[in-house]
Ligand binder design. Sequence first.
Ligand code: BG6
Length: 460
Amino acid sequence: MFYQFPEDFYWGGASSALQTEGSDSSRGKTIFDVFYNLAPNRFFDGVGPNKLADFYHRYKEDISLYKAVGHNSHRTSISWARLIPDGDGDVDQEAVVYYHEVIDEFKRQGVTLIMNLMHFDMPAALQAKGGFENREVVDAYVRYAKICFELFGDKVKLWATFNEPIVTPEGGYLYDFHYPNVVDFKRAVQVSYNMIIAHAAAVKVFHQVVDGGEICTILNITPIYPRSDNPKDVAAARIADLIFVRSFLDPVLLGQWNAELVEFLGEHDLLPVGLPEDKQLIAANRVDFIGLNYYQPRRVKAKEHVPHPESVLLPESFFDYYEMQGRRMNTSRGWEIYPKAIYDMLMTIKNEYGNVKCYIAENGMGIQQEDQFRGADGVIDDTYRIAFYKEHLRYVHQAISEGVNCFGYHIWTPIDNWSMINAYKNRYGVIEFNPQTGERKLKRSGSWFKELVDANGFDD
Ligand code: BG6
């Protein structure tokens, strides 16, 4: 069967400033520079945010590579700490020139840009003032957003306020995987609340400043399933769904807090502090579209890791799955691969959130020690990644055929990149990046992706 996608479908990939540009001297410090200085051993192989692919100098070449793998669109971010080194003061003019040049280059090469404002990379100077726990930092974010819209809004028409905003409270205030490494549920709730306010205020300013533009936020609303029919698992899954999915989804799409979540937080003395006008701000500033990142489902909650019977593969069965395809693979990101969840996620948007326009903003497969799959011709033979994309795209196709208003699919990520704490451990690219030499080289999936886009679909 041929899986045909709609005309003008957005095929592309996502990246972020912090993970690609490089920390040349003019960029202000972010929380990841601070974290790395304090605890370099928390980063895989001790590699910090100073060893990057140097998109800052090589952006022309990299955009050409996005084109070479067929991309007609791309999402990246502006580095808040590059544009405004202390987060709330002077605008760095070199950064203004740089971002204009990058935006122009995307346009020149015919790649439509979706520009994101923040991808976890809070300026260090603002984190020192309390980060998003502090309402003044919300104002600084809105000022930053306004500056970006005024500077670049005539050239870029599609914007995002945040990538995966839940990761800031989750990583920084709940689970200790990002700076400031606080573990405090109440503070995490306050950070989430203030980020929603920041988002809504930025959406408001956007519509005042940018003519004919559209703005979204990008959420990892990972579908959540109970691990069994046991009522305790079902109840736990519902709570996880409220905290990790509905917390952002409801205010940005419905313009209101989720009532069940508010009740839950109230019962546990976790309600955040806000201002009387916040409700109105949220209600009046809903997004124009939504970006959806999907990697793996959350299965709640068993003490031991019990494989779900419908799962295509789990870390334990990863080996067997690819053995079927004549390959042996025992290294993976360790994330469950469950393609149907991408369909469930899209159907949630259609059935519960008014079928707002959406796109898959990230989907990808992280592989460790990928070098072992290099073929005799020197090319990484990542047929497993092609299989992964096809499995997910079949479900995206099904959702579209059932009426979901999905206009694009972006992979994470075109070129292997550094990631916050995992550094170069998990390789996601369809283009290989060698951190030692700086060399970029298409993987087999890169050539396949180009064929996919050229045909606007795939045969299977
Ligand atoms: C996504 C993030 O959720 O996961 C990216 O938006 C990140 O920034 C990606 O790089 C992969 O993460 P990791 O830790 O496997 O490299």
